[in-house]
Ligand binder design. Sequence first.
Ligand code: ARG
Length: 465
Amino acid sequence: MADTPTDGAKSHKLWGGRFAGGPAPELEAVNRSIDVDFRLWPFDIQLSKAWAGALVGAGVLTADEAAEITRGLDVVARRIADGAAPEASDEDVHTLIDRLLHDAVGSVASRLHTGRSRNDQVATATRLWTRDACQRIDAQLRDLQAAMVAQAQHLEQHVMPAYTHLQRAQPVSGAHWMLSHFWPIARDRRRLTAAAEQAATLPLGSGAIAGSAFPVDRSAIKQALGFHSVSPNSIDAVGDRDFIAEVLFTLALLGAHLSRLAEDLILFGSSEFGFVRFGDAFSTGSSMMPQKRNPDALELARGSGSRMLGDLVALLGTIKGLPSGYNKDLQEDKRSLFDAVDGMALLLPAITGSLASLSFNTERMKAAVTSSMMATDLADYLVRKRVTFREAHGAVGRLVREAEEKGVEMTDLPFASFRAASAAFEEDVLNELRAETSLSHREVDGGTGPAAVRRQIEAAKEAFL
Ligand code: ARG
């Protein structure tokens, strides 16, 4: 089997002249990337048109030939859009388009591949695809942020516990908690924009490794394709996949952020917390337990973050140790890139829908705020009365223990207990044990004070537009 070459005569190849026979089917099977890179076709057509224009400028094509090729590329685009399927011999998307272009315009098609290589071609097409993908993900993130801001506005006046070590820590506005998940997404969007900017460097014109031998105007190609700069080194240009690594890192981190949001919501939706109820349209049932209302989309958000992480690690593993220039290993880049982007594109609308359709049980949230969570406020109260924080911490600690031993809230302790703990306590101390008072002390920028939260919501609204 291994030494039975396939019939080279029937297949449309971009190479092969120097071989006596065709490649072994086993090689073709492993070499073939069309199943993965087929989706690059609109971008390959776009760059091919720009290349035809550049070849006119370089004196390789006449204007008529370029016009004929451009017309042919439109025919190819229509045929693919209408469902023209790849043939077994189409090694990759570039081969497919070349074959269909020959079908459409005949031998003039053979002039298009002058001075370019699939090495600079695939790098260019992948960059174009990546820029488009970053925009799509960004639009989805914007929708998620809009849902967060809407929920934050709804929760603004409602108090809930904030947790450290998953232990009740201090009371916060529900909006403050909600927006704690908004800002990481704002940072992710900035990273995505930066990654898209990295992708906006044009490799086309680099040829296989040493630069095109025809005097193409790369700056004009850059303009035509909407890139921002021209790669400064052809060896680097055909082997550079940093932009993919940056997108994958961004998506992996975004995946981690979504996973943390999902985890909060899953916990809050358990009967033990009972802070949220998942909307019907975003809950699934159990085949056995009729009472179940499961947050599957959120669990999948938590679970699939690890895939994006895996995609990043896979790409870094591919790049590391490669000699300079293009190596076929790099064909694997698209598998990781597409997997991460597809996963995220699938996930984001489901998370946004899950979040938007949540209802919050603000009574339960408020009821979870217990008086011991104001222990820090009590200590701060004493500090305002000139007790040192260390002394205050000890005094309040004794009160907390007393309440715990008696099995009561601190608000139920007699005033005598407060006095016994510190002589600085006065009758107004009960006011310090109210969550509203605790919040009102935290008007520092970024704090959970009512005015600070109002400012934060306004800032969030501005940030996501
Ligand atoms: N399918 C290839 C890839 O995705 C295109 C570049 C092929 N270049 C080559 N020298 N064989 O990387």
